[in-house]
Design a protein around this ligand. Structure first.
Ligand SMILES: [Zn+2]
Length: 75
């Protein structure tokens, strides 16, 4: 599935700005953030790797925790 993330409606043009993977909104310097890095070969999950607002990251962090737990049981 193709998702266009190049929408320019913010128009702020700051090259170093980060965009939240979950809500696609700009992450301001004063926002608290989480960096999520799925250590898995699953392409669907590695696409979710990146920076999130702390509150947007919550559901993903619980997925990650569950996966880490499974990996530990398998390995
Ligand atoms: Zn967000």
């Amino acid at each position: 599935m193709f998702i266009d993330i190049k929408s320019n409606d913010g128009g702020r043009g700051e090259p170093y700005s980060d965009v939240c993977v979950s809500c696609q909104r700009l992450i301001e310097p004063h926002h608290s953030t989480e960096h999520i890095d799925f250590q898995t070969g699953d392409e669907k999950l590695t696409k979710l790797n990146g920076i999130y607002h702390a509150k947007c990251a919550v559901p993903y962090l619980s997925i990650k925790r569950a996966l880490d737990m499974m990996n530990r049981m398998i390995g």
